[in-house]
Write a protein that binds this ligand. Structure first.
Ligand SMILES: *Cc1c(COP(=O)(O)O)cnc(C)c1O
Length: 543
């Protein structure tokens, strides 16, 4: 049963009779609202957009991180790279879209590792304005009762069709702002909870205001790539409330919002105590409304997005199921992540596809004809990519890697559930395999979040295995994993390894990059691999 005010699940015991009909509500709050404006709430409808206008209207895509290219270091991992690939695909497909994200002037971080594998984080040195054009528009938000001014910089992603998708980077580093506020978007995922909440205000609330200021007023859908941006739902509600002082237009806002959830564990969802929320947001919005939408105990940004989105999806079939059981009562679909083929295919395979599959860039589906490419040519293209990787490894790390040795790759965020060290759980067996079955060499890469101490320990454990296996199995850990390195690794190794703890891998995409380059995966059946794996054909599964 749906609450006629907020559209969320209603409770039988909170009821009210109106014109001989019984209505039920989620809370006293909605019942009281209904009593005030019964007709208006019963008349809530989908907002009407004339058909012709729909094509003109844009999708506004909000993401805390966007990974477009290596030298714009405003991403940390899969979430950002997915956003980048989505943007590139939309540009190719001429989808009218505008993207909103934050500019991180110090990036995520630049990773250095000492000989024991201790990670040192350094600010990324880069000059945003070398790549991204500053605009003169200014908007502001209130943070802890201060006015914080925001500027925008714009980057354009140009598709193969010539279609352009603007990416708006928000930035508070302005003279008008206090020292603290100028640093609010220095680091991606840096700082404490208050810092994070302030960033989410800049993204969700500031982002919406900036879109208006830039003239992107005809928005058909607001797409939240993960819950970080979900404060935009509150801003949409508030804007409508100010325009017309009667009802809260929950339904209207819901019709405008789409939410993609990426996190299969409850602890991964951003939550803030209401003390913190009050301290930072002040009297932005009545707290009872916020609590109704975002949770009684704490403001949970995922819950907020779930409650105010018309369409919700997980990022792989399995993750859709996991999300449904995590959030009972919500209708959650799944759309399996993908990668942008033209970006993640290495040069030698691009050449091969162009020779055998005309138009593969415009039609990823046609890549299934890769099955008919002669195997010898696949092998030659692979060895070209492998040579590039091995040359790089030997130059960077003086590692003495050999072109003809079977090379296993593993690169991803160094966090516990990814279990990068699993392959070393029986070092002696690995030695025996390498001596008796055939030589193996390993290449690793990945950053640990600065506050993820177990993730940092994980890197150190790999370094300790490297020492244990010295002289027996060559293993190298490359520093500062990024998009370019990801491309070189997923095309240059012979096998792409993945050993996540189920069901933590919501999708994973690096294995898809490997597949584009003829590299099979060996992976735990989780995330996308449940769908992508054909035993002995596309790779192998690990139980
Ligand atoms: C593709 C990519 C990822 C995501 O890959 P996963 O398989 O989800 O770990 C993360 N970081 C970089 C730099 C990438 O290129």
């Amino acid at each position: 049963m749906k609450d006629p005010v907020c559209g969320m699940s209603a409770k039988k015991e909170i009821a009210y009779e109106y014109k001989d009909q019984k209505f039920c509500f989620c809370s006293e709050l909605c019942r009281d609202e209904f009593k005030k404006f019964p007709e208006q709430y019963l008349n809530q409808r989908d907002i009407f957009i004339p058909l012709g206008e729909k094509q003109e209207r844009k999708i506004a895509y909000f993401s805390m991180e966007v990974g477009i290219e290596s030298h714009i270091p405003t991403y940390s991992g899969g979430l950002g790279v997915l956003a980048g690939d989505t943007i590139r695909s939309c540009a190719d497909l001429k989808v009218p879209m505008v993207v909103v994200t934050l500019l991180y002037e110090k990036g995520y971080f630049y990773q250095k590792l000492d000989t024991l594998g201790n990670q040192k984080e350094m600010p990324v040195q880069w000059y945003p304005e070398d790549f991204i054009t500053p605009l003169t528009n200014r908007v502001s938000v209130r943070i802890e009762n201060r006015t914080v001014f925001i500027r925008a910089l714009q980057y354009e992603v140009i598709g193969i069709t010539g279609h352009r998708v603007p990416v708006i980077f928000l930035d508070t580093n302005l003279e008008e702002n206090s020292e603290y506020d100028r640093g609010l978007n220095d680091y991606l995922y840096g700082g404490d909870l208050k810092y994070r909440f302030a960033q989410e205000i800049i993204l969700g609330i500031g982002g919406l205001r900036m879109l208006h200021d830039l003239g992107h007023s005809k928005i058909r859908k607001y797409h939240m790539n993960e819950g970080h941006a979900s404060l935009l739902t509150l801003e949409l509600l508030r804007m409508r409330r100010t325009e017309d002082e009667t009802i809260w237009k929950f339904d209207e806002v819901r019709n405008l919002c789409v939410f993609t959830t990426h996190t299969p564990v409850p602890a991964g969802h951003d939550q803030f105590s209401y003390d913190l929320v009050k301290g930072v947001l002040g009297d932005y919005m009545p707290f009872d409304i916020m609590k109704m939408l975002g949770g009684e105990e704490r403001l949970n940004l995922t819950l907020l997005a779930l409650n105010l989105s018309k369409y919700i999806n997980g990022v792989a079939k399995k993750h859709g199921e996991v999300s449904k059981s995590m959030f009972p009562g919500y209708s959650i679909d799944s759309i399996t992540n993908g990668v942008h083929s033209n970006t993640w295919t290495c040069d030698s395979f691009k050449e091969l596809y162009s020779k055998y599959i005309s138009g593969w860039r415009n039609d990823s589906f046609s890549l299934r004809y890769a099955l008919s490419i002669p195997k010898i040519e696949i092998w030659q293209a692979h060895m070209k990519a492998k040579k590039i990787l091995i040359d790089y490894i030997n130059k960077e790390a003086n590692a003495g890697f050999h072109y003809d040795v079977f090379t296993i790759g593993f690169a991803r965020r160094a966090t516990l559930y990814k279990r990068a060290d699993m392959i070393f759980s029986d070092v002696n067996r690995l030695k025996t395999i390498s001596q008796e079955v055939g030589n193996i060499q390993f290449v690793f890469a990945g950053k640990a979040h600065p506050q993820d101490l177990p993730g940092k320990e994980l890197i150190k454990r790999i370094f300790s295995s490297i020492r244990q296996l010295k002289g027996q199995v060559k293993i190298i850990y490359l520093e500062n994993y990024d998009i370019d390195m990801g491309k070189m690794l997923t095309s240059g190794v012979d096998l792409w390894l993945n050993t996540p703890q189920r069901p933590n891998e919501a999708s994973g995409t690096s294995g898809m990059k490997a597949a584009h380059n003829g590299v099979p995966s060996f992976s735990v059946l989780d995330g996308w691999w449940v769908e992508g794996h054909i035993e002995g054909r596309t790779g192998w599964s690990l139980a």
